[in-house]
Write a protein that binds this ligand. Structure first.
Ligand SMILES: [Fe+2]
Length: 293
């Protein structure tokens, strides 16, 4: 099934959905697909195929990212953060070719089994990447980190729960903590529900909730600006974690670091959960024009 929006469509397949009295087959993916162009006779217009038109806001975001992320060690200045947040705060689903009217975002579109997450990359270079993640209802991006990265997340559509942590001591190797292996103490930074339209969240290499988990309450689309992108070769691989109640493994020495009224947990590094693999799809929304720089 294809939903058409301004030259870009979102294809949803996976389950049988009732629409206009018809049973329609869906697969478990969400994808942009090219618009089916129906030729109509227009004697006063040329027969040229209409090109995808760039989007002013997306283009502004791209230019601002180019100015902000200059290399792997970049931590954006306060000024750059404000500028990027301002652009993202005002971003609409339509700026990346999406719409709340797409079947995927409607409440009746419920994936019953294995609600897989889908992503698309709008742009990627060595310094930053722009990605959209599509989470069906109950879809989860499990607890994962962003080593050495700054990430701006803008929930474009839907409602999701976000939980995030920072390491209590980012400099200490977990081997020195004299705790059960692979457990490391983290401070809870966020544990709340976000509903679009909402402001942008920012996480930094050592603060702002660098380790986070997304759980979709309704079908969601999240735009992530990631600088620099994940790169295994450059030591920025993604690790996954399971959080344990702090009280499950109390430790006298580390407990001294705790401040009142703050929540802590032990994070255990785990293999990537099997059911959390994502499907990648091609981005066919408004293009980014690099030559405009
Ligand atoms: Fe993330």
């Amino acid at each position: 099934m294809k939903e058409d929006i301004g030259g870009v469509s979102l294809e949803m397949e996976g389950s049988l959905v009732e629409k206009n009295g018809e049973r329609v087959r869906h697969v478990e993916k969400v994808g942009y697909v090219k618009r089916v162009i129906v030729k109509k006779k227009k004697p006063y217009h040329s027969n040229k195929v209409k090109k995808h038109v760039s989007n002013k806001t997306l283009q502004k975001l791209f230019v601002s990212c180019k100015e902000t992320f200059k290399g792997p060690d970049t931590i954006p200045s306060t000024q750059h953060v404000h500028k990027l947040c301002h652009i993202l705060d005002n971003m609409k689903p339509e700026d990346v070719g999406l719409s709340k009217d797409l079947q995927f975002f409607k409440s009746e579109y419920i994936v019953k089994e294995n609600p897989r997450v889908t992503y698309t990359t709008i742009y990627k270079c060595d310094n930053f990447s722009l990605c959209i993640f599509f989470l069906p209802s109950k879809g989860v991006i499990p607890l994962h980190n962003h080593p050495g990265m700054t990430v701006f997340s803008k929930l474009l559509l839907g409602q999701m729960h976000i939980k995030s942590y920072d390491w209590v001591d980012p400099e200490v190797s977990h081997n020195l903590l004299q705790q059960p292996s692979q457990l490391r103490m983290a401070k809870l930074k966020a544990n709340k529900v976000f509903t679009s339209p909402c402001d942008t969240s920012v996480l930094y290499p050592k603060t702002g909730g660098n380790i986070h988990e997304f759980t979709a309450i309704t079908p969601c689309a999240v735009l992530d600006v990631i600088g620099p992108p994940y790169s295994k070769d450059d030591g920025r691989d993604c690790s996954y974690y399971k959080d344990h109640l702090y009280t499950a493994f109390p430790n006298g020495e580390i407990a001294e670091l705790k401040e009142e009224n703050e929540s802590y947990a032990w994070l255990e590094e785990i293999e990537m959960p099997e059911n959390s693999q994502m499907d990648g799809i091609e981005y066919l929304g408004p293009p980014i024009i690099e030559s405009a720089l």
